[in-house]
Design a protein around this ligand. Structure first.
Ligand code: ADP
Length: 982
């Protein structure tokens, strides 16, 4: 088959692999190669890589362009794909005959070299962007503005390099030459890794080999697929959303390769990188991926030795150990030259990396009270671990630690090099995961369709562990026996059914309605083990403990408990629950179904300070409990796990699962427990409401939610009882509800909307700096009618999410303000705002700063504004509306009577735009503030503004900092008009 035909035939698959992970990096790498090989010219590149368009339309355009260029272009495109795609994504694709890239003469200009060497340069410059920009700045080839444009935080390092290369080419030969010279210099001064390798002794190399192969074996497959042998990590790993906030609180998106790296550094002196995310967001899996790629030399290539640790397993280490013992006992022993290898580690901290998975599960909370710096002295594990994290011991070794965010307190934060947030799957990631899970594309399609049809389920799938359950239980899901799952409990019940079904005598059969009753004994035994474990921060169990709880081989074979996958050599088998959330589910079953539990078990679970260890758990899990119970009590994480448990208890006791529990729990007992849950939830909410301060005069009555507020809301949602939601909300009386930085994703939005829709009076709902996304935005619709203002700054929302939000918002009388600073909005959404402005004559405030709106979008907005008579605040800071956009807005706003505040900061507005705005000033009777900082307005423009201000008395300030004016001009002009601020 010709390359031409191959592209046509595999179009859908090529599209899928280039768009699948949601990252543009594979596409960019292919484009780099095609530019270098001169298959694409610059105009082609510009027509393909359009930032405003979705990734898949960029890829389609590339396929079309290459296809039109003929057979040679097609075969080189396939060669580029072959080079760029990781092995696991190549399966099933055919790349045609090997085709050699014809060697061309070296280009004779530096600008051309930047193009022909582009793939190599992107790699070389990734870690040297600052240095390169410095070189260009000091030689005068680049201005500060050029540097800022390259280093915009929305771009990944590779994208920044590409912008740097493009900018240098546009600047011309001198800039290109400077850049190449800079690279030449850094290459010659950088130590050659091969030279270094020659210095590694045979024993060190041997140990590296052994460690690599143990780490590879340990990280090859995912425990959630344990036993089935169906998937390797390569087959199923899907990139999650990784973010860091830099010092200026801007959010940057990261690739896996950036987890260890300079991006997002908070503290240069610290060596610990924290990866934080909620339970099930994929932290362990991410570490596992890092381990595997290191073992294969595909990532972290500067790391000579990587030592992976699991904190839950370290809990079971009761001996005092030296650093050397920790490394070699818990990872692997060098076969030869132990002292030499250890000395090498001490001498080369920069070549060593430690990872600690699940710091939140470590029994003892972090403290930096006891200092220890001797690598050979034996000390208790917590001291060893905490001193490693602080850098007292092994300064310079990079440590990557994972944890749930709530469990990281200020004492540890001081020692963090940076904090990377793992936010689960993007919508594209969910599709990609489902496709990887189901090799049959028709089945994958059905699952994706069923998700699209159930937004609640789709919102759950942003959290990888739910995504795993939903795909794993697709049969139960698509069979839809018990209705469509709505709650987290519904979804987890699917897993239970799935596992029981797998072991039932008729493998293809359906579980009877009484499945829980049939398996009650096992569920209770697992439940007891789970609850006792949670209460004692114990997540790993010995065979002896299983036996003591009456768990048999058969119970274990159901698959909820798995063997610990461990590098260390231990003489007994140890077990853990498949995932911490499953441990919580079984604990919840125990709380609900155990007839012997004391009557206050339910209420205690809902008390925030519940950390009482039951006598039983002390007896059975003695080894897990340290001598100092106070330390155990101080652990936040038990509370978090018990909160998840409480959420499941709420779900299990909901009316939806009444029939399931019917034969397992006497009705009277069930009803008593339901009452206890309802009472606890109501009390919990009351505590929050009581914390609402009296409003200061002139300010709104406002509630800043405490962390457990969202948890209580989620419990109410699990109960699926409107009357509970209604009763609770009837007592909340605030005008503003602030839930910023609360880890609110789509799942939380579903619960929030379910409960908040019953508020008596409209509120301002402030959800800034969360991960709402398009799916979350849609989940908020049921409560939009009760929001007079919606603040969604920095929430990863795109045009599609906004379309749905505004469609509903238009019909909501109370809805008057929206703030969407720093999302992914483009011109495609402005028509919806225009419609909103036209149809809602009570809309007050629209803030769209830091999005991607150009002059076209501004023109569309202007169209809507020309019909609007209510808008008072319009913010477009940090878009690209230019003169044309400013002119259109100014013309439309001239007729707007009430406008008070307008910001067009950083929008490439020049003097023409300023003159148009001057007309607005001369006619407006209401405008008070006009913000025009960081534009390119020159003297003419400012003079127009001054003229207009002579006729205007309402304007108080016009901000003009950072425009095209010399200091002398600024001084002179500000003398002419005092309301101008330069
Ligand atoms: P956490 O450590 O944050 O609790 P895990 O890494 O244990 O979460 O993830 C739970 C499950 O979700 C995994 O066992 C796996 O099945 C699935 N999962 C998580 N992250 C990914 C990923 N990036 N790709 C594929 N599956 C994932």
């Amino acid at each position: 088959m010709t390359a031409h035909q191959l592209i046509l035939k595999q179009r859908a698959e090529l599209l899928a692999v280039l768009c699948g992970g949601g990252s543009v990096e594979p596409l960019d790498c292919v484009l780099d190669l095609l530019l270098a090989w001169e298959i694409l010219v610059w105009e082609d590149y510009l027509s393909i890589r359009v930032a405003e368009k979705p990734l898949c339309s960029n890829v389609r355009q590339l396929l079309d362009v290459v296809y039109d260029k003929g057979e040679v272009a097609c075969s080189l495109f396939l060669a580029a794909m072959n080079q760029v795609l990781p092995e696991e994504q190549k399966a099933g694709l055919c790349f045609g005959k090997e085709c050699a890239v014809v060697g061309k003469n070296r280009p004779d200009t530096a600008t051309l070299t930047l193009l022909t060497d582009r793939p190599v340069l992107v790699r070389q410059l990734r870690d040297n962007i600052d240095g390169a920009l410095n070189a260009l700045l000091t030689t005068g080839c680049f201005t500060i503005k050029d540097c800022d444009a390259v280093q915009l935080p929305v771009y990944t390092p590779s994208q920044q390099v590409r912008r740097l290369l493009d900018q240098a080419r546009f600047k011309g030969e001198t800039a290109a030459k400077t850049l190449l010279q800079y690279l030449e210099q850094t290459e010659t001064t950088r130590p050659n890794p091969e030279d270094e390798e020659n210095h590694f002794s045979a024993n060190c190399l041997l140990y590296q080999k052994k460690l690599r192969s143990s780490v590879a074996a340990q990280s090859h497959s995912l425990s959630t697929y344990g036993g089935t042998g169906r998937f390797s990590l390569d087959d199923i790993y899907t990139d999650g959303l990784l973010e860091v906030t830099d010092g200026s609180s801007e959010t940057l998106t990261l690739g896996l390769e950036d987890v260890v790296g300079p991006l997002g550094t908070l503290n240069e002196d610290a060596d610990t990188v924290l990866v934080s995310g909620e339970a099930g967001s994929g932290k362990s899996t991410l570490l596992q991926r890092l381990h595997l790629l290191w073992a294969r030399e595909a990532l972290l290539t500067n790391t000579f030795l990587l030592f992976p640790f699991s904190c839950r397993k370290l809990n079971a280490e009761h001996r005092e150990l030296s650093l050397k013992e920790l490394l070699f006992l818990h990872c692997c022993w060098p076969d030869r030259g132990q002292d030499e290898v250890f000395q090498f580690i001490l001498d080369h901290p920069n070549l060593v990396l430690f990872t600690f998975d699940g710091l939140d599960e470590f029994k003892q909370g972090f403290t930096d009270e006891e200092r220890h710096c001797c690598p050979t002295k034996q000390v208790p594990i917590p001291i060893l671990l905490f001193n490693l994290l602080q850098g007292t011991l092994m300064k310079g070794v990079t440590k990557v630690v994972t944890s749930r965010p709530q469990a990281v307190g200020p004492s540890l934060k001081r020692y963090l090099h940076k904090e990377v947030l793992l936010k689960g799957f993007s919508p594209g990631g969910i599709d990609c995961f489902v496709k990887k899970h189901h090799s049959d594309p028709a089945m994958a399609r059905r699952v994706i369709e069923s998700l699209q049809a159930n937004m609640v389920l789709l919102s759950l799938c942003h959290i990888p562990v739910f995504c795993w359950i939903v795909t794993k239980c697709h049969q139960e899901l698509l069979g839809g026996q018990d209705g469509i799952p709505q709650t987290i409990t519904d979804v987890y019940l699917l897993v239970l059914q799935h596992f029981f079904l797998r072991k039932s005598p008729q493998p293809q059969g359906v579980l009877g309605k009484a499945w829980l009753e049939e398996h009650l004994d096992t569920v209770l035994k697992l439940g007891q083990l789970a609850l006792e474990g949670l209460e004692a921060s114990c997540y790993v169990f010995s065979g002896y403990e299983l036996q003591r709880n009456g768990l048999t081989e058969q119970d274990v074979s159901l698959g909820f408990l798995i063997y610990c996958n461990d590098l260390s050599v231990t003489d007994c088998k140890r077990y853990e629950f498949l995932h911490i959330t499953l441990q919580c589910l079984f604990a919840a079953f125990y709380v609900v179904l155990n007839r012997n539990s004391d009557r206050s078990a339910v209420s205690r679970l809902f008390q925030p300070q519940y950390r009482q260890l039951s006598g039983l758990s002390q007896r059975c899990l003695g080894h897990c409990i340290d001598s100092s119970v106070e330390e155990v009590e101080s652990r936040v994480i038990e509370t978090l796990n018990l909160q998840i448990t409480a959420q499941f208890v709420s779900g299990l006791l909901s009316q939806r699962h009444h029939n399931l529990l019917l034969e397992c729990c006497p009705t009277a007992v069930r009803e008593r427990k339901v009452k206890q849950v309802v009472k606890s939830l109501s009390k919990g909410m009351q505590r929050h409401f009581k914390s609402i301060p009296r409003p200061v005069e002139g300010e709104k009555k406002s509630m800043h939610a405490m962390p457990s507020f969202v948890w209580l809301i989620k419990c109410i949602y699990e109960m699926q009882d409107n009357s509970i939601a209604q009763d609770t909300m009837a007592k909340l009386d605030v005008e503003h509800l602030k839930l910023t930085y609360c880890n609110i994703g789509p799942v939380e939005c579903t619960a929030l909307a379910y409960v908040l829709k019953y508020l008596r009076n409209p509120v301002g709902l402030q959800l800034d700096n969360n991960s709402v996304g398009d799916v979350g935005a849609e989940q908020l619709l049921p409560c939009l009618h009760i929001c007079h203002s919606l603040y969604l700054r920095n929430n990863n929302i795109s045009d599609e999410g906004i379309r749905k939000l505004l469609e509903k918002g238009m019909k909501c009388e109370s809805f008057q303000k929206i703030a969407l600073f720093n999302n992914n909005l483009t011109d495609a959404c402005t028509q919806h705002f225009a419609l909103l402005l036209k149809s809602k004559q009570n809309f007050l405030s629209l803030r769209l700063g830091n999005n991607n709106i150009t002059s076209q979008g501004a023109e569309q907005l202007a169209e809507g504004l020309s019909y609007n008579q209510s808008l008072q605040f319009l913010g477009l800071w940090g878009n690209k509306i230019g003169d044309r956009g400013a002119e259109a807005l100014a013309a439309a706003l001239k007729n707007s009577t009430p406008l008070i505040w307008l910001s067009l900061v950083d929008n490439a507005v020049g003097s023409a735009g300023a003159c148009a705005l001057a007309e607005l000033i001369s006619q407006s009777k209401t405008l008070e503030e006009l913000w025009l900082n960081k534009n390119c307005i020159s003297r003419d423009g400012v003079e127009c503004l001054i003229e207009a201000l002579k006729m205007n008395s309402s304007v108080k300030e016009v901000w003009l900092r950072g425009n095209n004016l010399s200091p002398e001009e600024e001084e002179e002009l500000s003398k002419q008009e005092s309301r101008l601020t330069f």
